[in-house]
Write a protein that binds this ligand. Structure first.
Ligand code: GLY
Length: 394
C-alpha cells in the first residue's frame, strides 16, 4: 500500500488502478492511445509500426509500453499481484517491437515497460529486452561534422529518416543511458550525450523556445530547416516539446555528472512557466493564433515528471526545492481540475492533445500524458521503486 502521501496523489493513483484494471479486459489485444469523443479508448494493434505513406508520416503505435507502465504503477500502489501478472502478459505482446528499426519511439516503448519491469522484478528477461531495444535505438545515430544525433522518423535506409530529428527524441534517450549502465558499454552513453548536445544546439532558439523538428544535412550536421509536425506552424512553440527536452537534459546530467545540463533545463523551464502564466495547463502550442486552441494536459504531466528528476539531481538545495515545488504544483493542479473522474471517460487526464493539425485526439486523454502523470505520482509516493533514482550531483 502507499506510504503516507498527500490525499490528491493517493486519489489519483486509486483512479488509475481502478480504470486500468477495468479496461484491461475491455481493450482486447490492442493498446489504448486516445479517448474518443464518447470517452471510450481508441486502440491500436501493437504491430503497427511507424512509416511513410507517400509523403505522410505516421508515428504508428508508440504508446504500447505506456500501458504496461500504468499496470506497474498500479502494482506499486496497490501491492496487488494481479497488476504485475497483467503487465508481464502485456509485455509479451510489446516485446515484438524490440527489433523495430523504423522509429526513435522504440525508446518510449521500452523505457516505460521493460525498464520498470526489470527494476521491479529483477528478472533478466526484461533487461535483455530493454538492451535489444536500446541497441536498435543506438543504431539510429547519425554522425556528422558538427556532432551526432539520433534520427527520429523512418528507417535509416530512407533519407528522410536519416535527416529527421525531433525534440521528442530527448525523452527516448533515457533508454540509451540505462543500457550503457546495464551493459557496461559507454557507447550508449556517448550516443545519448552527443544527441543531447546537438539537439540543444540545433533546436533551442535564442529565446529558449524550441523547434519541434529539425531536418539536418546528414554530412555537415547543418540545420537545413526547423519545422513542426504537431505544432501550430514551423516556427511555433509547441508546448509538449519543452518537457521532452527537460527529460533528456536531466538524464544527461545524471549520467555525465555535468550540472550544465541542469542549468539548460532550468533556462527552458523558466521560459515555459513564463508562457504558461497562471494556468496549470498550456494550449497545445503557445503560438497558436486560435483563441479556442485545445489545451494539452500531457505537456504539464511530462513537465512535472522531468522537473522531479531535476529536483532530485540539482546540487543546490534551494534550487532543487524550488523546482520540486513547481512539479508538485503542476501535479496538484492536474489532480484538482483535470482528472477524468467520470466513469464514462476512460482516460486519466482530460484535455490532452495528441495532434491538433491532424485532428487526432485534439481534446482527449492521451496515453503518454496518463503514463507520465502516473510516473510522476509514483515517483513521489514510492521514491526509487519504479525507475532508477539518481544521486544528487556535486
Ligand atoms: N511523438 C511524441 C509526441 O507526440 O509528443
Amino acid at each position: 500500500m502507499s506510504r503516507q502521501v498527500s490525499e490528491h496523489i493517493t486519489r489519483a493513483l486509486d483512479l488509475i488502478a481502478s480504470k486500468t484494471l477495468a479496461d484491461e479486459t475491455r481493450i482486447g489485444a490492442a493498446f489504448p492511445y486516445v479517448t474518443k469523443p464518447d470517452g471510450s479508448w481508441d486502440t491500436m494493434s501493437v504491430a503497427v509500426s511507424a512509416g511513410y505513406t507517400g509523403k505522410d508520416w505516421s508515428h504508428g503505435n508508440w504508446f504500447c509500453g505506456f500501458w504496461v507502465g500504468l499496470l506497474l504503477t498500479s502494482y506499486l500502489h496497490t501491492g496487488d499481484e494481479k497488476y504485475l501478472k497483467l503487465a508481464k502478459d502485456r509485455m509479451v505482446l510489446v516485446e515484438e517491437r524490440a527489433g523495430d528499426g523504423n522509429t526513435h519511439d522504440i525508446g518510449f516503448i521500452f523505457l516505460s515497460s521493460a525498464m520498470p519491469l526489470f527494476r521491479i522484478t529483477g528478472d533478466e528477461r526484461y533487461r535483455a529486452i530493454g538492451l535489444r531495444a536500446a541497441d536498435k535505438l543506438r543504431s539510429r545515430l547519425v554522425v556528422t561534422d558538427k556532432g551526432a544525433y539520433v534520427s527520429s522518423w523512418g528507417p535509416m535506409t530512407d533519407p528522410r529518416g536519416r535527416a529527421a530529428s525531433a525534440i521528442d527524441t530527448m525523452a527516448n534517450i533515457p533508454l540509451l543511458y540505462w543500457a550503457g549502465k546495464q551493459a557496461d558499454d559507454a557507447s550508449f552513453r556517448l550516443a545519448a550525450e552527443a544527441h543531447a548536445q546537438m539537439t540543444m544546439l540545433s533546436f533551442n532558439r535564442p529565446d529558449n523556445t524550441q523547434f519541434h523538428a529539425v531536418e539536418y544535412d546528414t554530412m555537415t550536421g547543418d540545420r537545413l530547416r526547423g519545422y513542426t509536425f504537431q505544432g501550430a506552424h514551423d516556427d511555433s512553440y509547441w508546448s509538449r516539446g519543452t518537457g521532452w527536452a527537460v527529460m533528456g537534459l536531466t538524464v544527461s546530467a545524471a549520467n555525465s555528472g555535468k550540472v550544465s545540463y541542469l542549468e539548460q533545463a532550468i533556462a527552458i523551464s523558466e521560459k515555459w512557466f513564463d508562457a504558461l502564466g497562471d494556468k496549470v495547463v498550456p494550449p497545445y502550442d503557445f503560438d497558436s493564433s486560435d483563441d479556442d486552441a485545445p489545451e494539452d494536459s500531457s505537456a504539464s504531466a511530462i513537465m512535472a515528471a522531468g522537473l522531479l528528476d531535476l529536483a532530485d539531481l540539482h546540487p543546490d538545495k534551494a534550487t532543487a526545492e524550488f523546482w520540486r515545488g513547481k512539479a508538485e504544483w503542476l501535479i496538484k493542479g492536474l489532480c484538482e481540475d483535470y482528472l477524468a473522474t467520470e466513469d464514462g471517460h476512460r482516460g486519466i487526464l482530460m484535455h490532452g492533445c495528441y495532434s491538433e493539425p491532424h485532428k487526432i485526439g485534439p481534446d482527449a486523454a492521451v496515453m503518454f500524458g496518463d503514463y507520465f502523470f502516473a510516473e510522476a505520482l509514483v515517483r513521489i509516493a514510492f521514491p526509487g521503486k519504479f525507475i532508477e533514482k539518481y544521486e544528487r550531483l556535486t
